[in-house]
Design a protein around this ligand. Structure first.
Ligand SMILES: Nc1nc2c(ncn2[C@@H]2O[C@H](COP(=O)(O)OP(=O)(O)OP(=O)(O)O)[C@@H](O)[C@H]2O)c(=O)[nH]1
Ligand SMILES: [Mg+2]
Length: 481
């Protein structure tokens, strides 16, 4: 596709510009990747907050060695993209509301700059280094669009219809299927028909999304239009056609196909080439606990979603991004988020389950030359641990403030009362987590963000976390030599 080449040229030019700015101060473009609700916005906020406030990051060597001189926010490198609302998120998390940030509706960007002393020069205090870290936040919904880059309209139609005819989506697709049956792909194109089809299809997508479980489907902008609200780019829908069907000129099929192609060319490709093709390091966040809580179908869905997305990042000798920019992702951390919903005794098991999910999801994806790691993390730790004696048993519990409306047994929480909750144990054999045999053995509630308190060595408090420091060390630690 011609537009693909233009996009790639854009990446190349961006790369050259960055090369020059790289002479001034090195930059790391950190990709925070994850499906919707996986914890991207919270992770970015916590990462910045801990670096700005000198949080306890024992495993981040440069900080532990006292070599971080100063961390501060700077104007980002792209003027056309809104700034990440860091201060608003912190205000919400730490203010009287003590609430999590809302789901992200548009793209935003932020640059964090860290001044540091090179290793071995601490005493003399002469040589100073500087590192820029550029981070982009976006609605996770949009990530599911990336696989569309390699699907034709007909292939996408068929895949979307197949998904709507099986599993949990089937019962949400009634009205969509009824309307689909009335559409004649060969009929003359009409704007009214296209609009109505798009409306009915979008309602189906919304029903899939409203369910707690991740049943989300592309196109991501149909529900999260960002600045495309009301744009004709969003008026298409799948039709019941075979992949090899040629579109008749002037038909509804031809119209839908053209709009789908425009969506891919004007929305999906720029999103990918502007924000993903130039990453240096990547953390992939997965909310495995919510999926485990919902059952094996949700875990399979998560795995399929990750697999399709990661295939778009495939690294290797023939990767476009490496050919054009000389850059490629050389470290990827896969993180199971919200590990604070489990007692630490289960963290190894959570990591083992993530490894198994990835083993399956990554089967067809090769990340040549990239270092991979897996960790169970909590960007913001909302709970403490405690042991509770119940009868003859000692239960490893977590203590926090459940969100208003959360239910455990008979108790409905009011959002102010603290509680010790036994979330259950993850199985020692990770395969058991995926085959449905642990149904009902774990249950999670959502907790409010923690109250902050400063540690003995800090002037102002940073968010407590689980292994955020290990994540930082793996992702950028080597850049502070
Ligand atoms: N307990 C706990 N909950 C978390 C943590 N991180 C995220 N959450 C919960 O997960 C929800 C989603 O987190 P976000 O960071 O908004 O997720 P996101 O990936 O940015 O989601 P989208 O913007 O919709 O793509 C939050 O509202 C919290 O309820 C964590 O470290 N601990
Ligand atoms: Mg977000």
């Amino acid at each position: 596709m011609a537009s693909t080449l233009i996009e790639e040229a854009r990446v190349a030019l961006g790369g050259i510009g960055e090369l020059f700015s790289g002479l001034v101060s090195p930059t790391v473009r950190l990709g925070v990747t994850g499906l919707s609700r996986s914890g991207k916005t919270v992770f970015i906020t916590a990462l910045i907050h801990n670096l700005l406030h000198g949080g306890r990051l024992a495993l981040f060597n440069a900080q532990a060695e006292g070599r971080i001189v100063r961390a501060y926010l700077e104007p980002q490198s792209h003027d056309e993209i809104p700034r990440f609302a860091y201060e608003d998120h912190v205000a919400l998390l730490t203010g009287p509301e003590r609430a999590w940030p809302e789901g992200t509706r548009r793209i935003s960007e932020l640059r964090l700059t860290i001044d540091y002393r090179a290793r071995g020069l601490v005493a003399r205090n002469t040589h100073g280094g500087q590192l820029h870290i550029d981070i982009v936040d976006y609605p996770g919904e949009w990530l599911l669009d990336l696989p569309l880059m390699s699907l034709s309209y007909e292939e996408w139609s068929q895949a979307t219809l197949a998904q709507s005819r099986s599993g949990a989506r089937l019962k949400l697709a009634g009205a969509f299927h009824d309307h689909l049956a009335t559409l004649e792909p060969e009929a003359r194109a009409s704007e009214a028909a296209a609009q109505q089809a798009a409306r009915v299809f979008t309602e189906y997508l919304a029903r899939c999304r409203r369910d707690d479980v991740s049943l989300s489907l592309p196109p991501g902008r149909f529900l999260m239009p960002g600045d495309l609200e009301g744009s004709p780019l969003l008026t298409f829908a799948p039709l019941d056609i075979m992949p090899e069907t040629a579109a008749k000129r002037g038909s509804l099929h031809a119209m839908m196909q053209r709009r789908y192609d425009s969506y891919v060319a004007h929305v999906v490709q720029p999103f990918f080439y502007d924000h993903f093709a130039r990453l240096d390091r990547q953390i992939v966040l997965a909310d495995l606990l919510t999926a485990l809580n919902a059952g094996p179908a949700a875990v399979a869905d998560l795995s399929a979603g990750l697999s399709a997305v990661l295939a778009c990042f495939r690294q290797g000798a023939n990767s476009w991004s490496s050919v054009f920019t000389g850059r490629r992702i050389d470290r990827i951390l896969f993180a199971a988020t919200k590990a604070d919903l489990l007692h630490h005794g289960s963290h190894d098991r959570l990591e083992a389950i993530l490894r198994l999910v990835l083993e399956r999801a990554l089967k067809r994806v090769e990340f040549a030359g990239a270092r991979l790691d897996v960790a169970a993390i909590a960007a913001i730790r909302a709970t403490r641990e405690a042991t509770v004696r119940q009868g003859g048993d000692i239960l490893p519990c977590i203590v926090g403030t459940p969100e208003a409306g959360e239910v455990v047994g008979e108790e409905v929480f009011d959002g102010d009362t603290e509680a010790a909750i036994f979330p259950g144990d993850l199985p020692a054999d990770p395969a058991k987590a995926l085959d449905g045999s642990m149904a009902g053995s774990i249950r999670f509630v959502r907790f409010r963000p923690p109250k902050l308190s400063a540690g003995p060595l800090q002037s102002s408090p940073a968010f407590p976390h689980i292994r955020l420091d290990r994540a930082i060390e793996f992702l950028i630690g080597d850049r502070f030599r």
